[in-house]
Design a protein around this ligand. Structure first.
Ligand code: SR1
Ligand code: MG
Length: 403
């Protein structure tokens, strides 16, 4: 009989036993099936189905290294962070994250709602599917989980407690390396440049002193600006969608960091979907129009809801000074632009790629897609203080594309 009293990495048979032992409703069932379905870079995700009733559940377990590479030795504590923050985000942004039913600190796993009736947003966008509520849902998720965890809203000692609870040094180090460092100098030899773009990237990215200086400034803001409890990895692979529902998953990179880290990741990854559409000869104009308006609307609705929530929820007396909300928001939008630029850069230059770009099979088209994303990224990083609304982001993208 397997004991779940001390940690080991489970296989699907272990997970079936685990679920029978731990989860009410699954104890006496005659037939369970279990499959590892994870496609993320870090953890193992098992889907367990009761074949008699059709009920299903997800078990997510952390290994001591990253799933994609044993190079990354990681604390299994990330599952505690993920379980806790999903509960908190579930309170702040109702209906927009999966429900967690169990966190097991010995087995370093958690059990949560199965969202198999949803699709990963990145996959759905590559299929050119439209989700009318996406900008509404993502902007609500970001405003509620971000502004409401800042110290302009929370009592300051409570906020500092949260900063302590969500210290996440190893996963932050991954972002410090993969997002803020390696794409600008290949210092750890982990970058992978598309061969036909190698020389161009070496000159345009590694060879640009001004760009590297701005990336350095953004890096130390990421490390020191404990502004809000950010998701920390809010790309389109961390979002599940179906027609009338959006669920944000995988917050294991959560920590107290800049609000723009989440907003910038969303913007950049929607731009990757745009690049895929544009450079694979996409002709569905309804989809393109929806995608472009979603990029702009996500920023604009974020801004609108942020200012409305500010009026309603801010408690700090100095934060209520006239002009302070707009000054704070301008900083968030500048970070959003800078971080969107960093994300666009690192997913093309660095280790962790995105399918939107790697699946472009025609060499010339992929070269062009990468160059448009990287030139857009540079403008976002270098001119970040000039981005004030969603159209500003689209204008840069279109200007670069039409050059
Ligand atoms: C070693 S982890 C590589 C990337 O996958 C995660 O989803 C994060 O984006 C991280 O940077
Ligand atoms: Mg993930």
């Amino acid at each position: 009989m397997t004991s779940f009293d001390s940690y080991f990495l489970m296989n699907p048979d272990d997970v079936k036993m685990y679920v029978r032992e731990k989860i009410a409703g699954f104890e006496n069932t005659g037939k369970l099936s279990c499959k590892e379905i994870g496609d993320g870079n870090l953890n193992y995700v098992f889907r367990v189905v009761d074949e008699e009733t059709g009920s299903s559940i997800i078990v997510k377990q952390a290994g001591e290294t990253a799933r994609i590479s044993d190079d990354f030795k990681l604390s299994t504590n990330r599952i505690r962070i993920e379980s806790n923050i999903l509960k908190l985000q579930g309170e702040l942004a109702r209906g927009l994250v999966p429900k967690v039913s169990l966190y097991d600190e010995r087995m370093n796993c958690c059990v949560m709602e199965d969202l198999s009736d949803h699709t990963i947003l990145r996959t759905a966008l590559l299929e050119q599917r439209v989700f009318p509520n996406l900008a509404e849902d993502l902007s609500t998720f970001m405003v509620n989980t971000l502004l409401l965890t800042t110290d302009v809203v929370l009592e300051h000692k409570k906020k500092k407690e949260l900063v302590k609870d969500y210290i996440n040094p190893e996963l932050c180090e991954i972002s410090e390396d993969l997002v803020y460092t390696e794409p600008f100098n290949n210092c750890n030899n982990r970058n992978e440049l598309f061969p036909a773009n190698k020389e161009w990237i070496e000159k345009t990215i590694y060879g640009d002193d001004r760009l590297r200086l701005e990336a350095a400034k953004l890096k130390f803001a990421f490390i020191t600006n404990a502004q809000a409890l950010v998701h920390g990895d809010l790309h389109t692979g961390s979002i599940f969608v179906k027609e009338d529902s959006t669920k944000v998953i995988d917050p294991e990179f959560a920590f107290y960091g800049p609000i723009g880290y989440d907003v910038g990741n969303v913007v950049a990854n929607l731009i990757f979907a745009w690049a895929n559409f544009t450079f694979t000869g996409g002709s569905n104009l309804d989809y393109r129009n929806w995608l472009e308006s979603t990029i702009a609307k996500t920023v604009d609705l974020f801004t609108e809801k942020f200012l409305a929530s500010w009026q309603e929820n801010v408690t700090d007396i100095m934060a209520k000074e006239k002009g302070f909300a707009q000054w704070y928001l301008d900083g968030v939008l500048a970070d959003t632009a800078g971080i969107a630029g960093l994300e666009l850069t690192r997913r093309i230059v660095g280790l962790a790629k995105v399918k939107d770009i790697t699946s472009i099979s025609d060499e010339k088209s992929r070269v062009q897609a990468e160059r448009v994303c990287l030139e857009t990224a540079k403008a976002f990083i270098l001119e970040r203080k000039s981005y004030k609304n969603g159209q500003d982001f689209l204008d840069t993208l279109k200007k670069v594309y039409n050059r």
